[in-house]
Design a protein around this ligand. Structure first.
Ligand code: FEO
Ligand code: CA
Ligand code: CA
Length: 690
């Protein structure tokens, strides 16, 4: 179906974009201006939903046989995926016309726009599920923008929702887990002029507004709409904040590098920060990724000389910038001059068990420390657990973790230790076209495609380091430095990364990298000054997530389709929607790729897109929704029944010059903008995208 007329018309920019394409506010608050299942069974397509549902019912969380509305978007694809046609590599990699089924997507795409609302396709409905300040814990006070308190915030939904996932408790009840990535004090408090002058209460509110939330939700019977449960026991509802007691596990737990005055054993970190996206485990827990942790500390330049290079490599704040949040004014540990190792205690993948409200969140050190964007899991053909991870910054790397032991169905105690022992790898990509063909313009090489081969370089396995000059503990705590040493491929901001539950292809969103020069262009990152980003597809050897070599290609090179330096897997560019800055990726049960954007550089708002990755419609990208002024689209999550899609609308109204007295957005309630999770469903109950 063709785009509506005028879909390409570029609209004026709302504000001058910052270097990464965001408003200066987003840059400052989000990333601290960082720009500057037994599954030896290989015969069946074991969907993640089925694996988790079984695990949860064993734990008594889910009535046997209940068809939960479990998220189908996280790709525990099990063993070799069942393919609709052709070999794995053909379907996932190059199969434009391999006879695979069409996508069954038939909605009319939304037009790119700059409207201050959630714009959805005709025939669909939407509603806000939960917004900043809504009650999470029983007894939470009603949200009062001008009289917010830290005590209230600690019981209410936090700020800037990002990763969203669903854990079923039956057909019409579920838990939602939502990350709260960061706070934007300029929009949260009237007259805010920086952490140096902030009230202590404001700083405490910010600490409490970080972290994550578990909330119980219920389906509006017979529809795809879900609502927050606001009465009754809600025994699982929970807030996790920057002040929640956690623990380290894995090889680096107890390392000298993690010890502080408050925690001389290096085992008990407090709080999590900047949790961006995440993933789920086959045993039904959540993995949440600490991303831009560098901005929360002061005096990074005052650490001992031997630690300095690592502070620099992780871009930890030096000095005491007035505009920073100044958490150190409330908790001394954020001052690295006094507690130099505190920064090492952030930047991890944290595991949370939403069905055990008393559980201690676990920072899993075997997965390395960097600016973790997400952590999506799958199982290798032999049943080992695999976790895919990106480090979201310019010229950073793509990682995967492969557990030593295999996942054993029903053996909860065993499975829960899989994340503590295994091998951490980093990716190396090699193009198959001559270097001269890659000129930085984005013009495809003579063989017609940006593609090639690659392999996973081992960094560390338990207490064995594969990196010369670094101990295993050093590799885990200073993973970026280790990856530098082994010659990993520098990517254009590797964000979300997930395995397709149908084809087995692994997809990586590479958001952008305006700093890449033509000389630095390579076949996997082929555009200089890459404003709009691209999507990378990895097909591992024998389509086995446990393998160490792979082939890869770029099915999507983003931008305005009229721009010759764009590519939509060879699909007719007259038919596709423009897209810029792919960030979060997810799959529906049919294996269609859903892409959320952050920082649209085409002059219109961010949104959610869907693109088939196999069959005749491979590359047929269509825009499903747009978000309000200043917002980015997070989540996204398509429920397993494909009757609902959830998105987190993060930082609405966050544009330069905006403040509570001058709000740039009035979404969602016509008052101050409030970051919120929304759900979209078809008015007549049809499948999402139909
Ligand atoms: Fe929090 Fe990389 O986006
Ligand atoms: Ca090529
Ligand atoms: Ca993101």
């Amino acid at each position: 179906m063709a785009n509506p007329p005028g879909v390409r018309k570029l609209l004026p920019l709302l504000s001058t974009p910052h270097k990464a394409g965001r408003s200066a506010l987003t840059c400052q608050y989000r990333c601290g201006n960082a720009c500057a299942h037994e599954l030896g069974n290989t015969s069946d397509n074991a969907y993640f939903g089925d694996v988790v549902k079984e695990a949860l019912s064993r734990r008594g969380m889910l009535r046997a046989g209940a068809l939960g509305a479990l998220v189908a978007t996280t790709g525990v694809a099990g063993a070799a995926p069942a393919l609709a046609g052709g070999s794995a590599s053909a379907a996932a990699g190059n199969g434009a016309a391999n006879g695979a089924a069409d996508s069954q997507l038939s909605f009319t795409p939304v037009r790119p726009n700059t409207d201050d609302k959630l714009t959805i396709p005709e025939g669909y409905k939407s509603s806000v599920v939960v917004r900043w300040g809504d009650p999470v814990l029983p007894g939470a006070p009603k949200f009062d923008f001008d009289h917010q308190t830290a005590a209230a915030q600690a019981k209410q939904f936090g700020y800037n929702c990002d990763y969203v996932t669903m854990l079923p408790m039956g057909k019409d009840r579920a838990l939602l887990w939502v990350n709260h990535e960061y706070t934007d004090e300029t929009l949260m408090f009237r007259g805010y002029t920086g952490g140096a002058k902030a009230t202590v209460e404001q700083i405490k509110i910010a600490l409490a507004a970080h972290g994550g939330s578990v909330v119980e939700v219920e389906r509006v019977r017979g529809t795809g709409q879900w609502k927050l449960v606001t009465s009754g026991r809600r025994r699982y509802n929970r807030r996790i904040t920057a002040q929640t007691k956690m623990r380290f596990s894995g090889p680096a737990a107890g390392s000298d590098l993690l010890k502080t005055a408050a925690d001389p054993k290096g085992l008990a970190p407090v709080g999590m920060l900047n949790n961006c996206s995440g993933g789920m485990t086959p045993w039904g827990t959540v993995l949440t990724a600490e991303e831009n942790i560098d901005q929360y500390f002061v005096n990074g330049d005052k650490v001992p000389a031997a630690q300095r290079p690592y502070i620099t490599r992780y871009t930890i704040t030096e000095g005491v910038p007035e505009e920073s949040r100044r958490f150190d004014r409330v908790e001394e540990r954020f001052d690295l001059a006094k507690h130099p190792h505190e920064a090492n205690r952030f930047g991890w993948i944290v595991e949370i068990d939403p069905f055990d409200p008393d559980s201690t969140p676990i920072k899993r050190t075997a997965l390395g420390r960097f600016k973790h964007e997400a952590a999506n899991t799958t199982l290798a053909k032999d049943g080992r657990l695999v976790v895919y991870m990106g480090d979201d910054a310019r010229f950073e790397y793509i990682y995967k973790f492969v557990s030593k032991e295999r996942y054993i169905r029903g053996n909860e105690r065993h499975n829960r230790e899989l994340l503590d022992e295994g091998t951490l790898y980093v990716a190396k990509f090699t193009g198959d076209s001559p270097k001269g063909d890659i000129d930085g313009s984005g013009t495809p090489p003579k063989d017609g495609e940006f593609d090639g081969s690659g392999h996973w370089i081992p960094l560390v396995s338990g207490m064995k380091s594969y990196v010369k000059g670094m101990t295993a503990e050093e590799v885990l705590v200073y993973t970026r430095v280790a990856a530098d040493k082994v010659g990993a491929t520098k990517m254009d901001r590797p964000e979300d990364m997930e395995r397709n539950p149908v084809t087995g292809g692994v997809y990586v969103a590479l958001t952008n990298n305006t700093d890449r020069t033509a000389a630095q262009a390579d076949e996997a990152n082929p555009r200089a000054a890459n404003k709009h980003g691209h999507v990378l597809e990895i097909v591992e050897k024998r389509n086995d997530a446990g393998e160490r070599s792979f082939s890869w290609s770029l099915p999507l090179i983003c931008g305005d389709p009229e721009d010759p330096a764009t590519y939509f897997a060879g699909y007719d560019k007259d038919q596709v929607s423009p897209i810029s800055c792919p960030d979060n990726v997810a799959f529906d049960r049919d294996g269609n790729l859903w892409i959320a954007t952050d920082g649209n550089q085409l002059g219109t708002h961010d949104g959610l897109f869907v693109m088939p990755v196999r069959g005749r419609e491979r590359g047929y990208l269509r825009q499903f929704l747009t978000v309000p002024i200043g917002a980015e689209t997070c989540g996204p999550m398509v429920t397993e029944d494909q009757r609902s899609v959830f998105v987190a609308v993060q930082h609405p109204g966050e544009i330069d010059g905006a403040s509570p007295d001058k709000p740039a957005s009035r979404w969602p309630d016509g008052d101050q903008p409030r970051p919120a999770v929304a759900v979209v469903w078809h008015g007549e109950g049809q499948k999402i995208g139909s």
